[in-house]
Design a protein around this ligand. Structure first.
Ligand code: NAD
Length: 489
């Protein structure tokens, strides 16, 4: 059983728009199909929002802002904590929705749910602290004046998110936006709207006032672009491809909106010869195959110091061949399908083009056509410098292994990309770990650690990977305006 009648999905699915505290059909009556990537069957249809729905949602959010911005940080913290508890209480259903709609194995979907809980709890505590920290007196050089800096909620925020970690990318935006006192119009990916709609239902149950959160499902062109252009939106926070992020920024420029972008990546893992080989294989496989490689943070360039290169390549090939892929609900499955047909076509094309361009396939590759968007965990080596496999974000379970001889060469190869999201370093030499981490143009560096992300830290990258930072206090600051108030002493 692998559809909307799955036993975990005990209640009907949410499929309507959530606007001004109520579930509504789209004004046009149009609906969009939602497909199960494991078998390509239709799960359900959701309402396809359009201009009229965006207008209604933005106006509801603008009306709600007047009262929401007056609430205390502690009140907002209490609501965010209630959301976290609501998510915990629906853990199984949310994980099942995530697996059903995105295709990720249940164990990975459970991690996503835990991340959502941790994010709402963290921003609940930051919201609490705003009551004492949002107004701070500034020390001035003379005795004539006194000045204060106030951090105030920015207004209505548009949140536009992709399909690879649906609830997580949403929580990383939504929790700080609500904590700061902003109201929100959220546009989930048209590929994976189901987890977000369930999250909206949980937030409604937690008692968020009408209009504070609005969810408009629909296409990027009809809903996303309209939100980026809307004059009543103060901030637009986007996670997705660099191409669309560029469009969002251009559109937002017309009304000088604050823009936050979390975009693509082409990241490296650097394995030095002194690394623990078992750990290195785990780190490489995790950075390449987790979430079927559909991670902006995928470390798809594997740089390995020459003395260890042959051993690592052999172990990695074995790991790739042994990895169990299949239905995300089946016990023992470690990797699901790609999340949608377009992505499947992109990844299979990248693998075939890479092979044709002279890269050597060491493990995996495409599969004969069958229901579901499956590709095998794939490892290449001898990848030419100008190959799209080496240069472009593939966004699938495809790794390129390349030997290096010196630390400087590894750093240069890692930095040789227009992106700069993350990197991983595997070495037993602690000083080298610190030195290389400092030399890399990346927003996150994991040294001998898997890709664990704590909401207390930061998320985002250098160069064309990001504009701004999410998580930590930076994530909250993205939703605040700064106001100076000055008076005679
Ligand atoms: P996408 O850019 O196609 O879509 C992202 C969102 O933007 C979707 O909701 C889509 O409907 C919407 N959209 C599309 N056209 C739009 C337009 N003209 N105006 C406004 N919105 C529009 O990305 P995707 O294929 O859903 O996701 C994969 C990409 O996301 C990858 O490049 C990946 O690296 C990136 N990503 C980045 C991070 C990060 O934190 N840096 C995290 C996850 C994914």
């Amino acid at each position: 059983m692998n559809d909307a009648t799955h036993p975990w999905l005990d209640a009907p699915l949410r499929t309507q728009l959530f606007i001004d505290g109520a579930w509504r059909a789209s004004a046009s009556g149009r609906r969009l199909p939602v497909v199960n990537p494991s078998n390509e069957t239709l799960i359900t249809e959701v309402d396809a929002g359009g201009e009229a729905d965006v207008e209604r949602a933005v106006r509801a959010a603008a009306r709600a802002f007047a009262a929401w911005k007056q609430t205390s940080g502690a009140e907002r913290g209490t609501l965010l904590r209630a959301v976290a508890r609501g998510v915990e209480a629906r853990r199984e259903r949310l994980a099942a929705l995530q697996s059903l709609n995105n295709g990720k194995p249940l164990a990975e979907a459970q991690m996503d749910v835990s991340d959502v809980v941790a994010t709402f709890d963290y921003y609940a505590s930051l919201a609490d602290s705003l009551d004492t920290t949002s107004v701070a007196e500034v020390e001035l050089p003379g005795a004539d004046f006194r000045a204060w800096i106030r951090r105030e909620p920015a207004g209505v925020a548009a949140l536009i998110v992709p399909w690879n970690f649906p609830m997580v990318t949403t929580a990383w935006k939504l929790a700080p936006a609500l904590a700061a006192g902003c109201t929100v119009v959220l546009k989930p990916s048209e590929v994976t709207p189901l987890p977000e709609l369930e999250l909206a239902a949980i937030i409604q149950e937690a008692g968020l006032p009408a209009g504070v959160l609005n969810v408009v499902t629909g296409t990027g062109a009809e809903v996303g672009a309209r939100l980026a252009a809307h004059p009543l939106i103060a901030k637009v926070l986007f996670t997705g491809s660099t191409a669309v992020g560029t469009q969002v920024m251009k559109t937002a420029a017309d009304t000088i909106k604050g823009v936050g972008l979390e975009l693509g990546g082409k990241s490296s893992i650097i394995v030095f010869a002194d690394a623990d080989l078992d750990q290195a294989v785990d780190l490489v496989a995790g950075g390449g195959f987790f979430n079927t490689g559909q991670m902006c943070s995928a470390t798809s360039r594997v740089l390995v110091e020459r003395p260890l290169a042959e051993a690592l390549l052999a172990r990695l090939a074995q790991r790739a061949e042994e990895l169990v892929f299949g239905d995300p609900f089946a016990p023992g499955v470690q990797m699901g399908p790609l999340a949608n047909r377009m992505q499947y076509e992109r990844v299979t094309r990248a693998i075939e083009t890479g092979r044709a361009g002279g890269a050597r396939l060491v493990a995996g590759g495409t599969l004969p056509p069958r229901p579901g968007y499956f590709v095998r965990p794939t490892v290449f080596t001898d990848v030419p410098d100008d190959s799209p496999l080496w240069r472009d974000e593939i966004f699938g379970p495809v790794l390129c292994v390349r030997p290096f001889d010196t630390e400087d060469e590894a750093v240069a190869l890692t930095n040789d990309t227009p992106y700069g999201l993350v990197a991983t370093v595997a070495t037993r030499d602690s000083e080298r770990g610190t030195r290389v981490a400092a030399a890399l143009e990346a927003g996150v560096v994991w040294v001998n650690a898997p890709q664990v992300i704590f909401p207390q830290t930061s998320w985002g990258g250098y160069k064309q990977s990001s504009l701004g930072r999410e998580l930590g206090p930076f994530g909250l600051a993205a939703y605040q305006e700064i106001k100076q108030v000055l008076r005679p002493a």
